[in-house]
Design a protein around this ligand. Structure first.
Ligand code: SF4
Ligand SMILES: [Zn+2]
Length: 321
């Protein structure tokens, strides 16, 4: 399967290990209700050893293992642009506790650079969540949160994603993190391959509920993006259906109506405009989702005469008011 997924990839975008891929400043709602400044630093490093059929993160990774010293250099450069010290997310398109991606010799320098952040989020596959992660959390002055891709709880789709993770693996990682007071952020797919078009909404909501029940403080719904090769091939066989903006709106509206008490649900807006087929309303519709990410409250749907999208006012009872 790995070979098949990789054979359909296009070439990588050439990247330097001297500087991060990007730095994004935003605001983020936290489980306790506060809205804080958050910065995501996209680090350039080694590729993830897994080959999930839906993943395109390898596109901007290095062709070799991450050179020692590169990540502290990238982070130091990024910190110059960050005024806040509330929340920093280090996303390396791989697994933060994989020694190929983050050389253990760099940990001390990274910890020094991170020492005045209240919270640090890193991403990692459950297979790399172990002693190295727990030790990093112990030495970090702020709180550590680990972002883990749950992807889906669909019992047939999850094994076919080639993530090499079972639901039991996710649950064990969630328990291990909770036992050590390490936060959990979960990624849940919308537009998951091997899930029928009519069932997408239902399985995304079930996955959100599962992540919340396992202690995730933040659950991010990720609309699957085409373009990695494998997805297009699966689509041609009827195993993948591209996400529409309508579906994203419906999924997020319904996820907020779950009224989760201890978890924030948000939708990932990255590159979302490209799933819209109407240029007239896309800006307003994505802005609505962005506002809901911050407030946690469903807002009226945007109407559009061009594509026929109908304005809908949410039922306030769904907010538990
Ligand atoms: S584990 Fe994460 S980074 Fe690695 S291939 Fe899968 S989705 Fe991509
Ligand atoms: Zn429209």
């Amino acid at each position: 399967m790995d070979r098949w997924v990789r054979s359909l990839r296009r070439s990588k975008v050439s990247r330097s290990s001297d500087r991060p891929l990007g730095v994004v400043h935003e605001r983020e709602r936290r489980p306790e209700g506060a809205v804080v400044d958050a910065t995501t630093v996209f680090l350039a490093g080694a590729e993830c050893p897994f080959s999930c059929v839906f993943c395109d993160l390898w596109t901007h990774t290095l062709t070799e293992r991450t050179p020692p010293g590169a990540l502290p250099q990238q982070l130091a450069g990024a910190l110059g642009t960050i005024g806040q010290r509330s929340l920093i997310k280090l996303y390396n398109a791989s697994n933060f506790f994989d020694p190929t991606a983050v050389p253990p010799a760099d940990e001390a320098a990274l910890l020094r650079l991170l020492d005045d952040f209240a919270q640090v989020t890193v991403e990692c596959h459950p297979r790399f969540i172990g002693d190295r992660c727990f030790s990093f959390a112990d030495r970090l002055p702020g709180a550590l949160e680990v972002a883990v891709g749950l992807e889906t709880v669909h019992p047939e789709a999850l094994p076919r994603l080639n993530k090499q993770m079972t639901l039991a693996d996710f649950d064990a990682a969630a328990s291990a993190l909770a036992m050590r007071q390490i936060g959990l952020r979960a990624f849940v797919l919308l537009g998951c391959p091997f899930v029928g078009e009519e069932e997408q909404l239902d399985w995304t909501l079930r996955s959100v509920l599962h992540a919340a029940a396992r202690g995730a403080g933040t659950i991010s719904i990720i609309p699957v993006r085409g373009g990695n090769g494998a997805l297009e091939s699966l689509g041609a066989e009827g195993h993948w259906h591209p996400v529409t903006l309508d579906l994203v709106e419906e999924a997020f509206d319904q996820a907020l109506r779950l009224n989760l008490q201890d978890a924030v649900v948000q939708v990932d807006l990255w590159d979302l405009k490209r799933v819209s087929d109407c240029d007239h309303c896309v800006e307003a519709r994505v802005s609505r989702l962005a506002a809901m990410n911050l407030s946690g409250l469903e807002e009226s749907r945007v109407g559009c005469d061009w594509c026929g999208a109908s304005r809908q006012v949410p039922d306030v009872r769904s907010r538990g008011l």
